[in-house]
Design a protein around this ligand. Structure first.
Ligand code: SIN
Length: 521
């Protein structure tokens, strides 16, 4: 096996990974490894925008309160304070690097989304905010000769020696390389692909969480999965996010009988927190025995809709839905995982040398439910902070010679891996989805354990490696959802609809002698 040595290894090239790379580039050599093209990440597909307290009517203190309210009592307040206070500086810096957010005249245009009490969501090219961020950050990263990029390189496992992280084993062109790094930063994003319905791109298979768990890291808050209320529902179209900003601009939800219903569920109607809107939609779908509801924009000015949501307009049109004239069939879909690799407010995990930032990490900033459009901001703020924290490892002399002979896996193959992937995704959607109960979780655990033979194998193909990671993360989500006997934020148990005793505690899972260890903090 070949060995390569770098100062900083960053796994993932979304907003958090690129922002960390920019922080580290002046101080050493950086390798950004990602399993697909550099631009292929959840960031690239983010539509609605990026929340930041920069408008005349807003204050960081109000953004702080809104974030805590959405988090339903489980946010880490220190992490939220950092997010809202450092957010404006990160955005202004991004603008100075060339980011072009939409304007009203000469002023930045802020929109509103669910659970925000002020207009504070910046957007770019209408509904292509993530693309704009990715463009600017990639350009900036490319300006540093010290940053090397490895696209189509799959991180199989972390290198752990004497309980410390020394880098990672990376598979590229069917060749495994041991990348030795002083600091390894996971920025691999989320795990939406574990569910049959998701707004996430194909790359979101929970890889960072799974490799960290295998290495001995703690995963926290894994039961908290955010389901986005409005994903396009059509037999003929791919699942496609219909931004919450559409409801922010006045779109109305109607059931299959075309009746508006959100006022029956929450005083903020369409702009109630996402978990409430998603459950209200499920409830209407059950009542009316239908597989979807409708999002209605037909009362809004057509030209405005086309200009404000150009990407959504043209994508829907491609699948024969003219959103300016017709009701749009929608249903909820898995969107974001609040849990992940447990870190402190500097992205430091419980293994020396290992860091995490962005959706893969759990600082506790989102609590039990993320406030809309806080995730891109989290990537910027915590990507930069984690980069700064990783600099501390620069002069540490803890890494000496690494003998690659320690890693000599036998490669396996599972011919039926695609069937297992499909069954797993369906199982997670049906049994560990928006509404869970003891019975459904038990069924899921039993079925998932039938595939446990996959967990200790190493594979050559991306699909099989992803499946192993998806299975690990699915097991952790199911475990945490079974342990939390109560309903908080995005985690809803029909057998325990109240918050219940000890609801303020966080559940952390780690691996100990091939068993799952739980700790409550
Ligand atoms: C959306 O545009 O609705 C997604 C934004 C987010 O998840 O924060």
């Amino acid at each position: 096996m070949e060995t390569e040595t770098v100062d900083f290894l960053i796994i993932g090239s979304g907003v958090a990974g690129l922002r960390a790379a920019i922080e580290l580039a002046p101080h050493g050599n950086v390798l950004v490894a990602t399993k697909d093209m550099l631009s292929e990440s959840s960031t690239e597909y983010a539509q609605g925008g990026i929340a930041v307290a920069l408008s005349d009517e807003d204050k960081v203190g109000i953004h702080f309160e809104d974030t805590l309210n959405a988090g339903d009592g489980l946010c880490n307040e220190d992490a939220v304070k950092i997010l809202v206070e450092e957010g404006p500086e990160r955005i202004l810096e991004l603008i100075s690097w060339g980011a072009e957010f939409d304007k009203e005249g000469t002023k930045l245009d802020f929109t509103i989304e669910a659970a925000h009490s002020r207009k504070r969501v910046l957007h770019a090219r209408g509904d292509s905010t993530g693309k704009e961020l990715e463009r600017v950050l990639l350009n900036k990263v490319r300006s540093f000769p010290s940053v090397k990029k490895y696209p189509f390189a799959f991180t199989v496992d972390l290198i752990i020696k004497d309980g410390e992280c020394w880098g990672a084993y990376i598979l590229k062109d069917r060749k495994m390389t041991a990348v030795i790094a002083r600091a390894t930063i996971l920025c691999t994003g989320g795990a939406g692909q574990i569910f049959a319905r998701t707004t996430n791109p194909m790359v979101a298979t929970g890889d960072g969480m799974a490799i960290a768990f295998r290495a001995g890291a703690q995963l926290e808050d894994m039961e908290f999965i955010q389901f986005h209320p409005t994903s396009l529902y059509s037999q003929y179209a791919p699942q496609f996010l219909l931004s919450e900003a559409m409801r922010g601009e006045g779109a109305i939800l109607r059931n299959i009988n075309k009746e508006p219903f959100m006022k029956n569920y929450h005083r903020d109607a369409e702009l109630a927190p996402r978990d409430i809107v998603s459950r209200a939609i499920i409830s209407e779908m059950v009542k009316t025995e239908s597989s979807h509801v409708y999002l209605d924009m037909t009362h809004l000015e057509k030209d405005f809709v086309r200009k404000r949501f150009p990407q959504i307009y043209s994508t829907c049109l491609r699948y024969n839905v003219d959103i300016t004239n017709e009701l749009i069939p929608v249903s909820p879909a898995a969107h974001y995982i609040m849990g992940g690799v447990k870190t402190d407010i500097n992205g430091v995990a419980n293994i020396r040398g290992l860091y995490a930032a962005g959706e893969v990490a759990c600082t506790g900033v989102h609590g039990a439910n993320r406030l809309a459009s806080n995730s891109l901001l989290e990537g910027l703020v915590y990507g930069a902070r984690t980069g700064r924290a990783a600099l501390e490892e620069r002069n540490a002399l803890r890494i000496t010679h690494y003998d690659t002979a320690q890693y000599a896996p036998a490669y396996h193959t599972i011919p039926e891996h695609d069937e297992i992937r499909m069954t797993l995704r369906k199982l997670m959607w049906d049994r560990v989805g928006i509404i869970r109960c003891g019975e459904s979780l038990k069924e899921a655990r039993e079925k998932l354990s039938e595939w446990a033979f996959i967990l200790d194998k190493v594979f050559y193909t991306r699909r099989e490696l992803e499946l192993k990671n998806m299975l690990t993360v699915a097991m952790m989500i199911t475990e945490a959802a079974s342990l939390r006997k109560g309903s908080v934020g995005a985690h809803y148990r029909s057998d325990f609809p109240e918050k219940g005793k000890d609801w303020k505690k966080h559940i952390a899972l780690s691996r100990e002698d091939d068993r799952i260890k739980h700790s409550l903090t």
